[in-house]
Write a new protein. Sequence first.
Length: 553
Amino acid sequence: MDWINRNAPVVLLGIATAGAVALMLFLTREMTFLQDTWEFLMNRRELTADAWFRPHNEHIVVIPVAIEQLLLRVFGMTSATPEFVLLAIAEAVTAILLFVYVRRRVGPWLALFAAVILLFLGPAWEVLLWPFEISFVGSVLFGVAMLLALDRNDRRGDIAACAFLCLSFGFSSIGISFAAAAAVDVFLKRRSRGLSRSWVVAVPVALYALWYLGWGMDAETHVSLRNALASPRFVAESAATAVASVVGLGTNPIGGSTQPLWGYAILVGLVIVFAYRQTRKPGFVPGFWPVAAAAATNWFLTALNQVPGRDPSSSRYQYMGAVLVLLLLANLLQGVRFGRRAIVAMGMLATAAVAVNVVVLENGRDNFQFQSELTRADLGALEIARRTVDPQFSLTPEIAGTPTLIDVRADKYFEAVREYGSPAYTPSELVGAPDYGRRQADIVLSYALPVTTTTTTGVAVAAGSPRGSGRDCLTVPGDSASELRVVPGVTRIELAPGPPASISLRRFATGEYPIVADDTPGNSVTLLQVPYDNAPQPWRLQVTASQRARVCR
């Protein structure tokens, strides 16, 4: 029985970790580079200090930039798989470190449950499935490693803790939270080990301060008095949301948020239980206060920078929140003995939480898959228009159908493609893309080529003889909507006198015409110009009019 208690949790952890890595790679198998990653790919490819140290939003991102540059130079830009693999490995290592930390306090079985919950934390789908969030995962990984190193209570542990804290800072400003934890640890152990070990905190903080003075002062910030006054409520909601996520009750819907009512209820229950425990056995274990300091620092700093889209229930905040809750619980439960029935019950609850969270994780994957399809389709259209596109052309939200490609500009993109390859759909692949991707590709093409129309009124001859040979013109009868094939060049559309008509185009889209020129006046001639490009697929023109029209090449 002792052998099982000692080894079964480790074996099960290995199985769960391998399963989590396999699941993450399966869910992301068809995804490409997403959202903020394009800021690194387009604007930080140079080996310059500014590229490395310039903040992203309010965060230091030195190590994530270094990782992206390394992967780009080794594997190129044709596939994002290497960064998905690296993210999955980082998440697995973080869960293993969490297991070690919790096992030291409450035993292997509860440590197993904590690690498995983190591995399959569906409400944190944004972190688990988006390689850009290795900035958060890396900070947490080395933050937990720092806490483990501080547990040693010796000089080697202090040296390791200092190094790990530097690395945590290097990934993101979440390192500030773990610096607070280290500072509290130094203070609590001042009588036994003295304050001379303050360098454990001072060195990483000094390096961060140097970065802040050089680059961080220009970082985006949303700190305000309003946020400060609202911070207690934000912190309470953050804690409640994190608790709900851990137990499988954190439903983080795409495009919205929910009030963590269950989280509040559970949080209040936990406070009552631990308050009662304090009446029986006053005091907290020393490890509680560093983690409490990290939690307070993290949630209050997030509250100070709160803006729409950065709510406590935001998916990207659930990973750090869950780690903090699990670390706090491990310290609060230290010394409590659990019988077999209690462990089985907690195991069943953890299994149920994981089952629910995997569904949430899959829903999050669907969101990223949609973004991936749009990305490949939009970039494919940009490459098709390469001959004539303006070098300053950007995939703005109204063109790309998503705000996540705002950093992609034609000249920078083509330069990166020349050096590292293309992640875009080829024209033949674009034909088989999902319908929403093909539709958006047509829209991008219309702007990038560009497709233009010039209308002159009072000169149409559609009712009589066309200006061109019969072989080059086709008559469209009134009250109809005929589809005509259009080749690159100039197409002349003549409308007889009558009400306004609609001229629409499609190329890769099916069942609809995404490019529409409404209210083309009657008794007019419209010249439709379609530049030559790099795809063989023809354009399809539809003229919808009450009167007769002629279409001539």
